[in-house]
Write a protein that binds this ligand. Structure first.
Ligand code: CTP
Length: 402
């Protein structure tokens, strides 16, 4: 994926959150990044170079390499040239001060100064320190250099106090790094994406729904965010919590999803309708819990609105609409083509729901994309993240990106 083969320098400073840096390293490795690590003197007080060396199988650079470099090696320029991106996890107040001043006494700051890499800095510290004007001034200065600073999360801190100062989860940090290095081919585009199932309530406690997890829709939202789009994710109840950086509109029923889609589609460039919308709902929803006082129970179901048909009525000339089709084996391409035509879509993404490794609940997918102009693209089995990326490529070819 986007980090595969990318040369990343991980800088670790001396804060308690340094113990989380190896997890970030592991995740970056999983994504295929090529890694080097620099520890500041302070970091070495919290965690040893051996921990990182054991994980990445590479020499880890410390302050002593800077003061007494091995013959022929100039660590800061070498590492500065190596890095396509530099990630600092965690960044301390004193690191921020040194970088803001261009004070190259530490190997990490000297490397950043001697590099043209993109830089993502993840501060973590006591909430009062973070709020201090001196720290905030340094952060603003650093942002002015063109580096990205990820604000710390709120919550309980190692010092026992609570507030903004926590290191964000490693998945979030790595997503921001992916965004830093990704092509911005959807920049300036407003993209609405639906995900997950809807729920149609029978009574106070029971509902009709389907097996959709929402993974494909959320993967699409994340990929579009990464590539610079302004994303609105409209989703039914999901089986997991989506990343915090996505703008979300949670809904429950098909009717609610329709309202939300029509509202947000108005000024959107692109709609990706990946949600598995329930086709029927109970005619009446009881406001109490239905008692089991009868041997059998019949429910009268009525059709929910078809959201894509409603979108077709309001779609403007510059707007692109992509549908999804959950289909069974042999009928996949015929049915997808029918839905493409009937729903007035620009593209349709079809997947086979009879297979274990594609479609509902799976972490992987394999899809066939059909376009209105007759183009067919087959995306072979891959993670939903990768498939999402390739779907955006197909949309771009159709005129959806920049
Ligand atoms: N869809 C929609 N509104 C509905 C049902 C589906 O907008 N009430 C959208 C889905 O989000 C998807 C596309 O229509 O993008 C196709 O959904 P799918 O479930 O495959 O097909 P259906 O429209 O339900 O048709 P069928 O029952 O014939 O499979």
């Amino acid at each position: 994926m986007i980090l595969t083969g990318k040369r990343i320098l991980l800088g670790v400073c001396g804060g308690i959150a340094a113990y989380k840096a190896p997890n970030v390293l592991r995740l970056l490795q999983k994504k295929g990044a090529v890694l080097r690590v620099v520890l500041t003197l302070g970091a070495e007080a919290f965690i040893t170079p051996l921990t990182f060396e054991a994980l990445c199988g590479e020499k880890v650079f410390t302050q002593s390499d800077f003061l007494a470099p091995p013959p022929g090696l100039i660590p800061h320029t070498e590492l500065g040239r190596f890095a396509e991106a530099i990630l600092v996890v965690p960044a301390t107040a004193s690191f921020l001060a040194s970088l803001a001043q261009g004070d190259a006494q530490s190997l990490l700051v000297a490397t950043i100064l001697a590099s043209q890499a993109r830089v993502l800095i993840c501060p973590a510290m006591n909430h009062l320190m973070w709020a201090h004007p001196a720290v905030q001034e340094n952060v603003e200065k650093i942002k002015g250099f063109g580096y990205e600073v990820l604000s710390p999360g709120e919550g309980e801190l190692a010092c026992g106090e609570a507030g903004p100062g926590r290191l964000p989860p490693e998945e979030v940090i790595v997503s921001y790094l992916e965004r830093l290095v990704a092509p911005k081919d959807f920049e300036g585009k407003k993209v609405v994406i639906t995900a997950g199932p809807t729920r149609e309530f029978i009574d106070l406690v029971r509902f009709l729904s389907n097996r959709s997890s929402g993974k494909m829709g959320v993967a699409l939202a994340q990929a579009a965010w990464c590539r610079g789009a302004e994303v609105t994710l409209i989703h039914g109840p999901l089986s997991f919590t989506p990343p915090p950086f996505l703008k979300r509109v949670p809904v429950t029923s098909a009717e609610e999803m329709k309202e939300a889609v029509l509202t947000h589609f108005k000024d959107a460039d692109l709609l990706l309708m990946a949600a598995a919308v329930a086709d029927y709902r109970p005619e009446k929803t009881l406001s109490c819990k239905l008692k089991k006082d009868q041997p059998t129970l019949s429910l009268c179901l009525v059709r929910t609105p078809d959201i894509l048909l409603a979108v077709r009525e309001v779609k403007g000339p510059g707007q692109l609409v992509v549908g999804f089709a959950a289909e069974e084996g042999e009928r996949l391409s015929v049915e997808a083509e029918r839905k493409l035509r009937e729903k007035g879509l620009d593209l349709i993404v079809a997947n086979d729901i009879t297979r274990e490794d594609t479609g509902f609940e799976a972490d992987t997918n394999e899809v066939l994309i059909l376009s209105r102009s007759g183009r067919q693209t087959r995306i072979p089995l891959a993670s939903k993240e990768e498939v999402a990326w390739r779907i955006l490529d197909a949309i771009k070819e159709c005129g959806g990106g920049r």
